[in-house]
Write a new protein. Structure first.
Length: 412
């Protein structure tokens, strides 16, 4: 396979959607020779901050002399970004070879399944990731769960440390209607005698964490509220993520070296999270996609904006998100908003978002059909001394950064 062929294969698997259950993954791992057992692992679950925390943990461990790998989702430009070795995405031919190995295994597994069942896109991607991380001989891989935890395809690793970044109401169709239900699905990744690392949790989620650790005789480690301030990853929410990452790295290693931790704080980069991509006007990309994520974003904005004004937001939201809750948090922080949509089939109509904002009594708003056109309009309105924020969906950020002619983004 070439990279283009590998991405086309993965995109074709969207036809089969998402299917929970670990039977297919266990079969894939068996066919591939159990690659997930050839490296130590840390499993990261939660509603917000998973990718940032995953990258931060790996950065700390890498600077303690360990060969690290990460598996994150979603991606911005290419599926290959999801697999990193030594903090660098694997290159195209390496990724294509990993997907080809996974595809061969998937064909064998599909023969054992019922006619209406087959390996999914995320399962094939996860199998490719575990295969490549093993082939690259990483010593420890930090693995971000996709959706939930219990039946998520990533949950076939014998993780040494499990990290929950927080629990909010999300994906209720699949994970359950309450915080307690969702917490139970995410915390199902904690094995007997595991080590659960958390920050501050919602009281309902905290009760589930206490129950799960007691039932499974697991160690519970709580992250402090403060840690070294990451200089590259801006915002109070990233400082909280870094505190959690540092605690997880310490739980894994047993002891940390202060200089290595500080170097990680100085150097770790988080694409698409409060990321400055231009200066005049100041232009920021942030993939916040639920009310809690948007609240964390708005709390961090003053630190990034300084005296820049006005702030014009470009917003696109998927139809399974709490758009009203997001606009309720973001609206008061903005002087004007531009609503747009992405090529994702579940992208909400910009007119619907504009109507919601009017009902909430938000700032003036416009509708621009294309994402890049919306950013250009926002830059005009902001002027060189103002600021532009693109947010509401990671798919919006992907659309803005993806090269012309690149493979379309995954819709899953």
């Amino acid at each position: 396979m070439t990279l283009r062929e590998a991405e086309a294969y993965l995109l074709d698997l969207e036809l089969f959607g998402m299917r929970f259950g670990l039977d297919r993954m266990h079969k894939l791992m068996t066919v591939l020779g159990m690659p997930q057992r050839r490296f130590a692992s840390i499993h990261v679950v939660g509603s917000n901050g998973k990718s940032s925390t995953t990258r931060m943990i790996a950065a700390i461990l890498e600077r303690h002399g360990l060969a690290t790998g990460t598996y994150t989702s979603p991606h911005l430009r290419s599926f290959a970004e999801r697999i990193e070795v030594r903090e660098r995405p694997v290159d195209g031919p390496v990724f294509a070879a990993a997907v080809e190995r996974a595809a061969r295994a998937a064909r064998l597994v599909d023969r054992t399944l019922d006619e209406d069942d087959r390996v999914t896109q995320f399962e094939a991607l996860t199998a490719a990731a575990y295969s490549e991380l093993a082939r690259s001989r990483v010593e420890v891989a930090v693995i971000e769960a996709g959706l939930g935890g219990r039946y998520d395809a990533t949950n076939v690793i014998p993780s040494k440390v499990q990290v929950v970044t927080g629990v909010g109401l999300e994906h209720t169709r699949w994970l359950g209607p309450t915080i307690a239900d969702i917490a139970a699905e995410k915390l199902a990744v904690v094995p007997d005698h595991g080590c659960l690392v958390t920050g501050e949790l919602d009281p309902e989620a905290e009760a589930v964490a206490e129950r799960v650790t007691a039932e499974r005789h697991a160690r519970r480690v709580r992250a402090p509220e403060k840690a070294e301030i990451p200089r590259r990853a801006r915002g109070a929410f990233q400082r909280r993520n870094f505190a959690l990452a540092r605690t997880a790295a310490e739980a894994f290693l047993g002891e940390l070296e202060a200089g290595a931790v500080q170097r990680a704080a100085d150097e770790v980069e988080i694409p698409g999270r409060l990321q400055i991509v231009a200066e005049r006007p100041l232009t920021i990309h942030d993939g916040a996609h639920n009310p809690a994520g948007v609240l964390a974003l708005t709390e961090a904005l003053p630190e990034v904006l300084g005296d820049r004004s006005p702030l014009v937001a470009v917003v696109a939201v998927l139809d399974d998100k709490d758009a009203a809750g997001m606009l309720r948090e973001l609206g008061p922080a903005c002087d004007q908003m531009i609503f747009t949509r992405t090529s994702h089939p579940r992208s909400l109509s910009p007119a619907t978002l504009a109507t919601l904002l009017r009902q909430l009594g938000g700032p003036p708003a416009e509708v621009v059909a294309s994402a890049r056109g919306a950013v250009e309009r926002a830059r005009e309105l902001a002027g060189p001394d103002g600021a532009v924020l693109a947010s509401g969906s990671i798919y919006l950020i992907a659309e803005l950064v993806r090269d012309e002619g690149a493979a379309r983004a995954s819709a899953l």
